[in-house]
Design a protein around this ligand. Sequence first.
Ligand code: DX5
Ligand code: ZN
Length: 234
Amino acid sequence: MSGPLAREAKKSPLIAPSILAADFARLAEETAAVEGADWLHVDVMDNHFVPNLTLGLPVVESLLKATDIPMDCHLMIENPERWAPPYAEAGAYNVTIHAEATDNPVAVARDIRAAGAKAGLSVKPGTPLEPYLQILREFDTLLVMSVEPGFGGQKFIAEVLPKVGIARRLVDAGELTIVIEIDGGINADTIEAAAEAGVDCFVAGSAVYSAQDPAAAVHSLRKQAASASKHLTL
Ligand code: DX5
Ligand code: ZN
């Protein structure tokens, strides 16, 4: 093998179960049910940025006490300037904001990082990546939405995969250091296309929590992603 991939050791696929598909009355148990997951994806919705309302900081604080799985907070909210840093202060591993929700994503990323978490930038399916390429170095993760944010259980939009390809090429060329994450409609039928396009971290809600054994579903999605990917291996 030649090129940048030859220089870098291959990474493992990361699987991040989304608790949006879990039973909210039993969140601690539902988190324990995905033991072995790499990140726990927590969807925070404010009923303004998206037409749905889920949970906020008090629930995240309680959940942080209930699990050791690194928490990946996906903030689908307006005014992330005000609301994102407290998730980092509380101990979230990664805090992702939406590019469409703020005029100053870099300032928010710096505040998140200063508060001790990794900072993520998310783009909706219709949002191009090009205007944000210059600022991606201020972020640790890029969350490419493969459904319209707001609800679990939607159909995967494959047309977003070229955005993954753009980011993958920049990472492989050594121009960016970022974890490429995809969110929405990821399951056994779609994960291979996402892995081939260059995704590092796969969020899966219904595919994990509708399975009889959620931990086994995590394991099997990880295996599938590794076998379909050129840059990931188990
Ligand atoms: C949607 C959320 C997703 C959702 C994914 O707005 O950001 O994280 O939980 O659910 P599935 O995997 O069911 O599409
Ligand atoms: Zn999400």
